[in-house]
Design a protein around this ligand. Structure first.
Ligand code: ADP
Length: 546
């Protein structure tokens, strides 16, 4: 019997584009998006996405063409996530916060046919336009201010207005394994790579997110996560699948945390997501525990600290701790709350919630923690191995980078580079990234230590707002531990006090030798750029010692 027959009543190519076609029927006048321009219903959103899709097709976008986006979180970004793949194109979301040289490199690398850019970024990247246009790249501007002044720029709204919008979004999907997006990793461990994944992966991942965060048609998802990073963890697709409302703030408003918090309260937000540092800045503004009680907060992308989890519990937020990578379309594991956890003391509950958790339903049984021979490590909470993953939401590979693909995707498993233990209840806990583990010399030999453990200790000090610990090789012997600190109030160094504090709580070989105060360099998603800190540490130590 032929097992895969696509041309039959019992098979449909999986794609998140079908979510909007369905939701526009079911929730037609329901509010899909609230943005500075007003409310957009599901029916209107579908119409606009269909128009953008046919506009792109008219401009020549076809199978596999890359369409780059330089957009802030806004209506156009949501629409592009449906319209670009509907036209057969591949979404390449670029980080508008990187410099024009890096943007130019990524545009050339992905060989974009079209660029969709918000007006507010034209002044940063406009100098690239003439070279792009010369190469045949067509540029669409969202919110084009001076219409008609530059014939070569296409006005987004004018493009939509010309279309009828009667073609179904999924009309041209011929294969669910076609690529839907290429996302550049944030580059915290090296040169960004273009992670490529399929319609099928995006569809299944979005369904997984709906389940993980309990999203329903009554939810109000308030955007705090940048949409350009891993397609906003697939949350625009997940929201549309369920009929939820997406609430968008302008970039200028988002920069003001106090204002953001107020808008969150006024909009009756039910869900937000972000890296632990962003979540912390929001929690710090929740003066009154009742203001957003019950809000579901998804956090991941980096390890949350015990003090952040405690703060979330005190504020009675529903914290969902997730783990994932660009290579898994975003979150893949989550710390599913055990039935008996509500009976635990706060301290024990915090320790449980710190763990990255168990595979989400869509991840199935495709997550293992293995030693260097691909043997599963024992579930004893102390043996360390690497997390390896396979499954329906894993990337196809790195775009135009065979060497990196062959290194990370080996014998059917994606090697994450994340080192973890497995507890006796099967929960996985990350100890560190392989690249961030620090090799130190102890009285009894070499020890491989986790920067996260030291960071968690230091962050529990009342004067510390944020911390990052790195290891620096200065000569013969092991690495020297250096802590970079953001203190709650600027002032004197608290190095001596912290040294004592750490010595009380950690073995001597885990106590940093140097403490430096500085604003931590972070990516747009709130991750610390440890690669930069290692160089900075070396510079400062040499300075201090000279
Ligand atoms: P980059 O690798 O450039 O930082 P990603 O955004 O794909 O880009 O980052 C994925 C990495 O983030 C993971 O490999 C892991 O090290 C880290 N990470 C993600 N979620 C968590 C989490 N909940 N706890 C600890 N680390 C996490």
């Amino acid at each position: 019997m032929k097992l895969v027959n696509r041309d039959t009543h019992c098979f449909q190519e999986l794609s998140p584009l079908t979510f909007l076609e369905r939701s526009a029927k079911v929730y037609s006048s329901g509010v899909a998006v609230v943005h500075s321009g007003g409310e957009v219903s599901y029916q209107e959103l579908l119409h606009r996405c269909r128009c953008l899709s046919s506009g792109l097709k008219e401009m020549g976008v076809g199978d596999g063409d890359r369409v780059a986006l330089i957009l802030h979180n806004g209506l156009a970004a949501i629409e592009s996530h449906f319209a670009v793949p509907s036209a057969g194109g591949i979404i390449v979301s670029l980080n508008p916060k990187i410099d024009s040289q890096a943007i130019s490199k990524q545009l050339t690398f992905c060989d974009a046919k079209i660029l969709i850019i918000s007006e507010e970024f034209v002044h940063s990247f406009g100098s690239l336009f003439s070279a792009l246009i010369e190469k045949g790249v067509q540029i669409i501007v969202v919110g084009l201010a001076k219409k008609g002044t530059d014939e070569q720029l296409i006005d987004y709204e004018a493009l939509l207005a010309k279309q009828v919008g009667d073609t179904h979004l999924d009309a041209f999907i011929v294969n669910e394994m076609s690529s839907i997006a290429i996302n550049f990793t944030s580059g915290t461990t090296g040169e960004p790579k273009g992670v490529e994944y399929s319609h099928r992966a995006a569809y299944l991942h979005a369904i997984g997110q709906v389940l993980m965060m309990n999203l329903t048609r009554d939810s109000c998802y308030f955007w705090t996560l940048p949409m350009f990073h891993v397609n906003g963890w697939g949350h625009m697709w997940a929201c549309i699948a369920t009929g939820a409302c997406q609430f968008l703030l302008d970039e200028s408003e988002l920069n003001n945390i106090e204002h953001t918090f107020k808008r969150m309260v006024n909009s009756n937000a039910t869900h937000i997501a972000g890296a632990p540092r962003l979540v912390k800045s929001i929690a710090d503004h929740a003066a009154d525990k009742n203001e957003l009680k019950g809000l579901t907060i998804l956090t991941g992308g980096a390890a949350p600290t015990p003090s952040l989890i405690e703060q979330m519990l005190d504020l009675e937020f529903n914290l969902v701790h997730q783990y994932g990578l660009s290579e898994t379309c975003g979150p893949l594991l989550f710390c599913e709350e055990g039935k008996q956890w509500n009976k635990l003391t706060k301290e024990k509950l915090v320790a449980k919630k710190l763990r990255q958790g168990v595979p989400a339903i869509h991840a199935g049984n495709g997550v293992r923690v293995v030693d260097e021979h691909m043997k599963d490590i024992p579930s004893d909470g102390s043996s360390i191995g690497e997390i390896v993953i396979r499954g329906n939401t894993v990337a196809k590979g790195y775009y135009k980078n065979k060497v990196a693909t062959d290194t990370a995707f080996v014998d059917g498993w994606f090697h994450t580079g994340d080192m973890a233990v497995v507890h006796d209840d099967s929960y996985i806990e990350i100890k560190d990234r392989l690249k961030d583990l620090i090799y130190v010399e102890t009285d009894y030999g070499w020890e491989n230590i986790s920067s996260i453990e030291i960071e968690n200790t230091i962050s529990s000090h009342e004067d510390v707002n944020d911390v990052a610990v790195v290891g620096v090789k200065l000569g013969e012997g092991g690495e020297c531990l250096v802590a970079f600190l953001e203190l709650k109030s600027a002032g004197e160094s608290i190095a001596t006090e912290l040294d004592e504090f750490c010595r009380e709580k950690l073995p001597d070989f885990k106590v940093p030798k140097y403490y430096f105060n500085m604003t931590l360099p972070k990516t747009a998603t709130g991750k610390v750029r440890k690669n930069l800190l290692v160089d900075e540490a070396r510079k400062r130590i040499l300075n201090e010692d000279s």
